[in-house]
Ligand binder design. Sequence first.
Ligand code: GDP
Ligand code: MG
Length: 162
Amino acid sequence: MLPVIALVGRPNVGKSTLFNRMTNTRDALVADMPGVTRDRKYGEGKVGEQSYIVIDTGGISGDEKGIDHEMASQSLQAIEDADVVFFMVDGRAGLMPADALIADYLRRTEKTIYLVVNKTDGIDPDVAMSDFHTLGLGEPIPVAAAHNRGVTVLTEYCLSGF
Ligand code: GDP
Ligand code: MG
C-alpha cells in the first residue's frame, strides 16, 4: 500500500497547484476562481524511490451550503482516506477564520498533519509563518507551489517514516 497524502484547506490556497507539482501533471484544475475542484481527485507521484498517492480536494470554506457542503464532505472523506494531511494555508492572505475552523477539526483527528504555508514567493517568510503558529499544528512549513519551491523537501520529509 502506498502512503496517501491529502491536500486540504480553504479554496484558492493552492491545493491543485501543489497536486500538479506532486504528480507532475496539469490534471487538477487551477484557477483564480475559488472552489474550482469539487470532487476529490487522486494522483500518483514519486520522490526518490518512494511512490505515494496524493488527493486534491475542493476546499473547506467554513460556510458550507449547497455545492460548498459537498466540497467540504469530500475533504473530510479525503482526510479519512489519508495517512498524512497537508493542511494548506495562504501566506499572502494570512490567517483567516476558516483556517482556524479547519485547524480545530484537524487537531481532533488521529492523522499526521503538516501545516503548509503556500505562496511564500516574494514575501518575508518569517513574517508569513508567525501568524500560523497560533493554529497549534506545529511548525509551519513554507512552500511556493507555483514555483515548485519547497515541494520536494516537504514531500521527502513527510514520507521519511514510510
Ligand atoms: P485551490 O483552490 O486551493 O486548488 O488553489 P489553486 O491551485 O487553484 O490556486 C489558486 C490561485 O493561487 C491560482 O491563481 C494559482 O496560480 C495561485 N497560486 C498557487 N500557488 C501559488 C504560489 O506558490 N504563489 C503564488 N503567488 N500564487 C500561487
Ligand atoms: Mg483546486
